[in-house]
Design a protein around this ligand. Structure first.
Ligand code: DAH
Length: 318
């Protein structure tokens, strides 16, 4: 179509040139007329040909659904950038792999949950102010995009109860996408990733939990780390701790800089009971922490908004 339009423009120009014949001396007019006519015939011929090609059903078909590379030469950009996993996804995979090597199963979290799993199953008393800290979004139907991966605890405890009875042990990590009603800035996002851990056995204790967490962080940052804990409060664990690591070397950290990486504690007996596990017979510990934070520290990134920002220059760095 474009070609025909261009030819018609050419024809217009030729016709305009033809009108100039009147300005020429009489003896020159015949030759000029012949030339103009030849040009006009040539363009008319091309137009006819192009119009015929449009109707030609045997012509090479163009697959309009295909990636541009099939119908045209590839733009240089596509030759070098075929796309890759998002940095958070490849890091999440690494996180899960480390836990899997320690014997944990991986269960994916859901992106829509309900009041029961968000609050009741986690021992949040009705009307308790602790609920406000997890004030998140809701759909018109009353469903909740979860504010933390702990919403999966009840399901994991229930689903693995049989295995717990048979083997005396339950060990699961739950990576997931979570949402919070945050004012977004360099260290806060409304959408981010967490990984939850749940462990239950007859005789587990806090020391084992800290051992697992230390092992995880040392594997992830590939170096020995100093860890520290301080008391915390979560309705679903008792006692509850905040777990910190000293900033890993090589990432611009000063000695003595401790960063909070996750919340953890011994699973509250009510949480076990609600999932049908007898707290007289079994003990458990659980933890949950942000993945974005973890990855930022590993790569020395200072702005969490890069992850959801879709800036290709940033994404291609990985
Ligand atoms: N879900 C908590 C949060 O996002 C973190 C957490 C604390 C998870 C204690 C746990 C836990 O499993 O036992 O703030």
């Amino acid at each position: 179509m474009i070609e025909i339009e261009q030819l018609k423009q050419q024809l217009k120009k030729i016709n305009a040139e033809a009108a100039k014949i009147r300005e020429l001396a009489v003896e020159k007019r015949a030759e000029y007329g012949r030339q103009i006519n030849a040009q006009r015939q040539e363009v008319l011929g091309k137009i006819a040909q192009a119009q015929k090609a449009l109707l030609d059903v045997d012509a090479e078909p163009i697959d309009v659904t295909a990636w541009s590379g099939v119908n045209e030469p590839l733009p240089e950009f596509y030759k070098t950038a075929l796309g890759s996993a998002h940095p958070l996804m490849s890091e999440l995979e690494r996180v899960c792999e480390i836990y899997q090597l320690m014997g944990f199963d991986v269960v994916e979290a859901r992106q829509l949950d309900d009041e029961f799993h968000m609050f009741d199953a986690l021992n949040f008393p009705k009307e308790h102010p602790a609920r406000d800290g997890y004030d998140t979004f809701r759909t018109e139907e009353g469903l909740i995009p979860p504010a933390h991966t702990s919403t999966m605890q009840h399901r994991v405890l229930k689903d693995y109860r049989k295995q717990l009875e048979e083997t005396g042990r339950l060990a699961v990590v739950v990576p997931g996408r979570v949402y919070r009603n945050e004012d977004v800035d360099a260290t806060h996002e409304h959408t981010f990733y967490q990984c939850e851990g749940v462990y239950v056995s007859r005789d587990c204790n806090m020391g084992q939990m800290l051992g697992i967490l230390r092992e995880f962080f040392e594997k992830y940052y590939e170096q020995k780390l100093n860890i520290r804990t301080q008391p915390g409060y979560f309705p679903f664990t008792e006692p509850s701790l905040e777990f910190m690591i000293e900033k890993p070397r090589g990432l611009g950290g000063k000695k003595g800089d401790f960063l909070e990486m996750l919340g953890c504690g011994m699973i509250h007996p009510n949480v076990l009971k609600m999932a049908g596990i007898d707290p007289e017979k079994y003990h458990g510990f659980a933890w949950g922490g942000g993945i974005d934070r973890l990855v930022m520290l590993r790569y020395g990134l200072s702005d969490v908004r890069m992850f959801e920002g879709g800036n290709l220059n940033f994404l291609r760095e990985f």
